[in-house]
Structures are given as C-alpha cells and as structure tokens.
Design a protein around this ligand. Sequence first.
Ligand SMILES: NC(=O)c1ccc[n+]([C@@H]2O[C@H](COP(=O)([O-])OP(=O)(O)OC[C@H]3O[C@@H](n4cnc5c(N)ncnc54)[C@H](OP(=O)(O)O)[C@@H]3O)[C@@H](O)[C@H]2O)c1
Length: 334
Amino acid sequence: MVNPLPVILTDSLGAVVDTVLDRSVVLGYTKIGSRLRGLWWPADPAPDAMAGKRVVVTGATAGIGAAMAASFARLGATVHLLGRDPGRVARSAATVRAGVAGADVVEEVCDVADLAAVRSWTASLSARVDALDGLVHNAGVMPKQRAETAQGHEVQLACHVLGPHLMTDTLSGLLRAADESAVVFMSSGGMYSAPVKHWTLDELESRDGPYNGVRVYARTKRMQVLLADAWANRLSDSGIRVYSTHPGWVETPGVAEALPVFRRVTRPLLRDAADGADTAVWLVATRPESGPGHFWHDRAQRPTTFGWERGVDPQRAAAFLDEVSALALRSTVE
Ligand SMILES: NC(=O)c1ccc[n+]([C@@H]2O[C@H](COP(=O)([O-])OP(=O)(O)OC[C@H]3O[C@@H](n4cnc5c(N)ncnc54)[C@H](OP(=O)(O)O)[C@@H]3O)[C@@H](O)[C@H]2O)c1
C-alpha cells in the first residue's frame, strides 16, 4: 500500500500513534494495528522486487508461511517452499501455483527440528543453487507436552532455535553469494514475557520443571530475537542482513490448535495470514537498514524489551550464539 498521507503526519503524529499502538498490544497486534499503520508505513516493494531472486520459506505448508510463499511468488521470486511432510508441501505448492500466475515454486522437504535433516537438506540445496537472496525461519510449534527430537533436544528449542541457527550457518555461503540477502526469524510478541538471561542447559532443554508449552514458546521466541541480533552483528561486514519480526495476532491453524480460547475471544480482530506475513516479506524484499536489536513489526523496528528492562547487551547475544553453535554442533558432528 502506498502511503497516502502527507509526510508531516508520517513523521510526527504517525510516530506517536504507532508507539501507542505498539505499547497497547491489543490494538497494535490485531488487524487494527496493520490497518492504521498501513496509512503511513513505508511503501510496498515494487511489484517485481523479487524477480530473479530466490527465497526459502520454512513452515510454508500452513498459515503465515503458506501466505508468505504466495506473497514472494507474487513479487517474482523463485520460492523454495519447505515443510516436513511431502504431501502437505505438494498441496501448499499447488495452491501457490494455482493462485499466482507464473509462480516458480520448488518443493522442499525437511524437518527443521531434526538437525541431521537440516544438515543434509542444506547440503542438497547448496549443490542445486548458486545463491540465496532470502531465508525466512517461519516454522513454529507450541506443543502441550514436552517432546524430544531425534537428537534428544526439546522440540521448541530445536524448531525455533537450533534448526534455524544451523540452517543460517550452513546456508551462509549461498547467502553471501547473493551479494545482498536477508535472513528473517519469525518470532512472537510473546517473547516480551520472557526476559533475557543466561539459560542453563536444563532451562534451554526445558528440563527445569513441569513443562508449560506457552512458557517454553515465549522463551524460545525470545531466544530467536537474541539469535537474530547476534547473527546480524556477526554478519555486519557481509551483504547479509538479519532481522527478527513478529506477525501480530494472526488467524492460522496453529492458533486454532494451540490457543482455541484465545482464538474464540479475539477472532473478529485477528489478522489474516497475508497480513501476518507482510513484514517478513517486506524485510526480505526491501532490506531496510536496521539498528541494534533488529526486531521488527509492521514495517518498523521495535524495542526488544519494555519498561524497566534495558536493551539487550550485544555481548550476551554473541555469547548466546556461541552456546547455540556448540549445542547444534555437538548433536550433529559426533
Ligand atoms: N499466528 C500467530 O498469531 C502468531 C503469532 C506470533 C508468532 N507466530 C509465529 O509465526 C510462525 C507461523 O505461525 P502460524 O500461526 O502460521 O503456525 P501454523 O499454522 O501452525 O503453521 C506452522 C507451520 O510450521 C510448520 N512446521 C512446524 N514444525 C516444523 C518442523 N519441525 N519442520 C518444518 N516445518 C514445521 C508446520 O508444518 P506442518 O504442516 O507439517 O505442521 C506449518 O507449516 C511461527 O513461527 C509462529 O510462532 C504466529
């Protein structure tokens, strides 16, 4: 959507309203937030912004990821649509091809939470393509019971943190080869409820008490923000920009399954999946300059902490990246 309001509103009143929406949570995270901000937020990418470019979207068989795949295809990208189930990948790819004329969709099967599968899939992709312009870590889960992956990691840690980390690392050569590329971690506003700390191994693996899927979700979504920040710093001298984002509250199969009561109460105000995908697509297509934190929502950078908490210490973020690297490496190279 092109900004229809005068620049003065964009710069002053817009900024105030935007902050009020953000801090109010309910207004900002629902479709009220995107409808209002759409009046002043930065312009859409050009219709052919991704022509000749290649992007990977994980968790693209449903919800926000499926909508994101269609949005990238509409902008002209070759979309590597990734999911863990071949049948669901084929169905989602067929939907994108049916909905977007000329869509170039490559079906990719990989369980992001299985680190051995991530290693073998990234090796396969590296043998098939020369460069990668965009990588969106969108796959997400919120199980009620604690479960472990093939490598013995708690599932949310593996799906939200370890797998995306390993994928970023092993695809960094392809991302560098594109000259100007972008990596996006799809976090959640729920991450604000989980402060940054030095997590013990038991906390990382959710062995620190009775399992609470919502609490672990918030914690691993916080870890994604920290990880994106650390990767952004580590790659700052390359052409790769790294961001995290949150989509707001979005009507998806995942929300229906994991949070049925929340969905029933908020349903009239939930965003649709394309709205939830908007900022991730916009980040990859436009690669905006980004400052410390690198956390975005509705096409604007947002604070990574609220209130009395200070912003995240970059040294803590760098140390966390090292811890995650060691954990991921230990499980796949033995
Ligand atoms: N919806 C919201 O309001 C909301 C709010 C904040 C953040 N988010 C984040 O946005 C992202 C998408 O959420 P959504 O609501 O669209 O969820 P969804 O409807 O549950 O879709 C999740 C997608 O991730 C895939 N997936 C899960 N585990 C995977 C794995 N191990 N390997 C590969 N793919 C896997 C699922 O594949 P299957 O089809 O195989 O299950 C599905 O395609 C998530 O990261 C979520 O945390 C969503």
